[in-house]
Design a protein around this ligand. Structure first.
Ligand SMILES: Cc1cc2nc3c(=O)[nH]c(=O)nc-3n(C[C@H](O)[C@H](O)[C@H](O)COP(=O)(O)OP(=O)(O)OC[C@H]3O[C@@H](n4cnc5c(N)ncnc54)[C@H](O)[C@@H]3O)c2cc1C
Length: 237
């Protein structure tokens, strides 16, 4: 029989009842991030259903994660405020090193760290991701990142960001999808030190931004998966 996650749905509905339409309309009017809603869901453990129990999550998997988001939207709330905590998680879960998982996952599950930003799109690279040009140059034990991203949502409200960048130029690779790498950027340490975040005003209140990288230094230890094999890393996320 197909699992319907009835208990999870019921619990999510109860939480969402505390965030009626008036709450969302006020957030929309003020262009504000729904901190209270995100904190409530995090504390109840619903944003860590994909994180294995060994790292402090419930490890319930993709079906449960889908039920959580479906019920949020069915209740009139906005899962877009936090859904990236689930869909970016696969990159770290499947391709993170044991040290990265041990370091980040328990803190994310506990709500001490937010991983809600995913930096892929660029002014010249939308649907065709292989066109990205934001470049991470190796310099000792750091990567030095230069470039620009656009439509990167929740960057102002997240502690960490999964960043897709080139480590080999597109025209120097055998296949366009080669030569890209994934870095885990600690936004708290980066803003003002090579990273500038500018909000983009949109019709819907989606906390989206543009990012400017001006020699941002990211430790090599923050590379997720294999250098230049990011397409395999993030596309199976
Ligand atoms: C509110 C908002 C939030 C976003 N948040 C994020 C985020 O957090 N992180 C992030 O990385 N990105 C984010 N994005 C970016 C989003 O994922 C991109 O808009 C998307 O990748 C499409 O890129 P584009 O807008 O440049 O469209 P384009 O790539 O220019 O495509 C335009 C249209 O042409 C179609 N098209 C393109 N190529 C082909 C083809 N070969 N054949 C047929 N049709 C084609 C597309 O389907 C689309 O309908 C966000 C966007 C918005 C609007």
């Amino acid at each position: 029989m197909t699992e319907t996650f009835a208990e999870i749905r019921e619990a999510v509905r109860k939480l969402c009842a505390g965030f009626p339409g008036a709450y969302w309309r006020a957030k929309d009017r003020d262009r504000a991030y729904p901190h209270e809603f995100v904190a409530t869901l995090t504390e109840a453990g619903f944003l860590s259903v994909l994180i294995p129990e060994a790292f402090g999550g419930s490890g319930l998997g993709l079906g449960a994660a889908t039920a959580v988001l479906e019920e949020i939207h069915r209740s009139g709330c906005n899962g877009g405020a936090c859904h990236a905590q689930m869909y970016t998680m696969g990159t770290l879960l499947k391709h993170g090193s044991p040290a990265q998982k041990a370091d980040y996952l328990p803190k994310i599950a506990a709500g001490d760290l937010r991983l809600q930003a995913f930096g892929v799109t660029e002014p010249g690279a939308g649907t065709d991701t292989t066109r990205i040009t934001t470049f991470a140059r190796r310099d000792g034990d750091h990567y030095v990142v230069r470039g620009q991203k656009i439509w990167i949502s929740r960057a102002e409200h997240s502690d960490l960001m999964v960043l897709l960048c080139r480590t080999t130029p597109r025209d120097a690779t055998a296949k366009p999808s080669d030569g890209m790498s994934v870095l885990l950027v600690d936004l708290r340490e980066s803003v003002g030190k090579g990273l500038t975040i500018r909000p983009v005003r949109t019709m819907l209140n989606h906390a989206t931004t543009e990012l400017f990288f001006d020699d941002l230094r990211v430790p090599v230890a923050n590379l997720i998966g294999t250098r230049a094999r990011a397409f395999a890393t993030s596309s199976t996320a």
